[in-house]
Design a protein around this ligand. Structure first.
Ligand SMILES: Nc1ncnc2c1ncn2[C@@H]1O[C@H](COP(=O)(O)OP(=O)(O)OP(=O)(O)O)[C@@H](O)[C@H]1O
Length: 385
């Protein structure tokens, strides 16, 4: 089964289980990968109908499955290689004597992968993103880009990579006109421009907002607009600084999943680096995590490295319970350390102790747990200790 076939099958399963919200977004990703304007128009019409009749779920599923059938008949070329788009070696950036210094940082960024850039405030996340975006010059080390479309100068380079800063600029006119303006520079027919723009508007849930102006949109929708604008340009590298900052919890999850899905495009994958303070959410979708501490990698960047350095089982617990009681019930599990940071407990056990055993112990002693999480493999452990 090809990747495209597997993806269609997955989307059918979502619809069969009535995960319509997710299924429909994934359907749009399948549609976008066809690059077929008839399919785009069909999805655009379907989106318009869906917005007019939001309660007709069964009919929407039926129509979506029909569209999926058509998509399945279009062959999609698989972009096979996990190509490196950026290689940075021993990058150092200093803001001057006795000021902050980033690095040395070494990274290899691959197409189709999502990189979570995490670290406490002021640890150099924005600095690193701006260096990668060529907005800021580094003092030492090398930075090499390797884009499929090639580039001769910084202008070409910037069309292959897109950097969205924390604070985006105000724009004038309607959301839709602004998106159309992006494609007007690509010399395509007005009809194709309209179709591609409406497809992206549908994909980012902007259908009912397309005629609004900048000051009529909430911050979350402004971010969706930025993403739609960016993806119309089909970049190979996308750098996002705190894209989740203005989104509610549900929207954060949706955007992250969407970004992952879009970056994993079968024929047009994108390398994505996104900085965020939302550790769990970002780690969940990231293939790799780049953790900065005092401007340096705390340790090597990938999740495997973090896993391999595991020497304890580390569990975060929020519960209505006294510290002494927790110490007492965990004594049998050879508790090594119990830290309380004012909000939650962080318990360290020997490596041999399995997380289910901790859950079992909490349950057996009827501890009123609000939440608990195994953070052994999460960069969260660097933040709590
Ligand atoms: N133009 C500048 N001149 C001097 N120092 C700067 C400049 N820009 C940033 N810094 C310093 O560099 C350090 C890293 O800043 P940066 O914005 O890269 O961190 P960050 O990890 O993105 O922070 P946050 O999570 O708060 O956004 C900070 O101490 C900041 O004060």
């Amino acid at each position: 089964m090809t990747r495209a076939e597997a993806r269609i099958k997955e989307v059918v399963t979502f619809f069969e289980n009535k995960d319509t919200f997710l299924g429909y977004r994934k359907l749009m990703d399948c549609a976008i990968d066809t690059q077929n304007l008839d399919i785009y128009n069909e999805v655009i019409e379907l989106t318009d109908w869906k917005e007019k009749f939001p309660d007709e779920e069964d009919e929407l599923i039926k129509r979506s499955l029909q569209t999926l059938n058509k998509i399945a008949k279009i062959s999609i070329e698989d972009y096979n290689t996990k190509k490196t788009v950026v290689t940075g070696s021993n990058i150092i950036k200093s803001y001057g004597n006795n000021r902050f210094t980033l690095g040395p940082v070494s990274i290899n960024i691959h197409k189709g992968d999502v990189y979570g850039l995490v670290g406490e405030n002021g640890n150099g996340k924005t600095t690193l993103l701006r260096i990668l975006a060529k907005e800021l010059k580094h003092n030492e080390g090398s930075l090499e880009f390797n884009f499929d479309k090639g580039f001769n100068n910084d202008y070409d380079l910037r069309s292959n990579l897109v950097y969205i800063p924390q604070r985006t600029q105000k724009w004038y006119g309607s959301l839709k006109d602004n998106l159309k303006f992006v494609l007007s520079n690509y010399g395509m027919s007005p009809k194709e421009n309209e179709t591609r723009v409406l497809m992206m508007i549908a994909r980012f849930g902007l259908w009912n907002y397309k005629h609004l102006k900048w000051n009529e949109l909430s911050s979350g929708y402004k971010m969706r607009f930025e993403l739609a604008r960016t993806l119309l340009r089909q970049p190979e590298l996308l750098l996002l600084d705190e894209p989740l900052a203005n989104l509610d919890v549900l929207a954060q999850q949706v955007i992250l999943e969407d970004l992952k899905s879009i970056c994993n495009s079968i024929n047009n994958p994108i390398a994505l680096i996104l900085s965020s303070q939302q550790l769990y959410e970002v780690e969940k979708v990231s293939d790799k995590v780049i953790y900065l501490k005092n401007g340096r990698h705390k340790e090597h960047e990938d999740k495997e490295a973090i896993t391999n350095t595991k020497s304890h089982l580390i569990v975060e617990i929020d519960c209505h319970c006294e510290r002494d009681k927790l110490k007492q019930i965990f004594a049998d599990l050879s508790l090594e350390k119990l830290i309380y940071n004012g909000g939650v407990f962080v318990a360290y056990f020997p490596n041999e102790i399995a997380f289910p055993l901790v859950l079992e112990t909490l349950g057996k002693h009827k501890i009123d747990v609000i939440y608990t999480r195994n953070i052994t493999k999460s960069t969260r452990r660097f933040f709590v200790s």
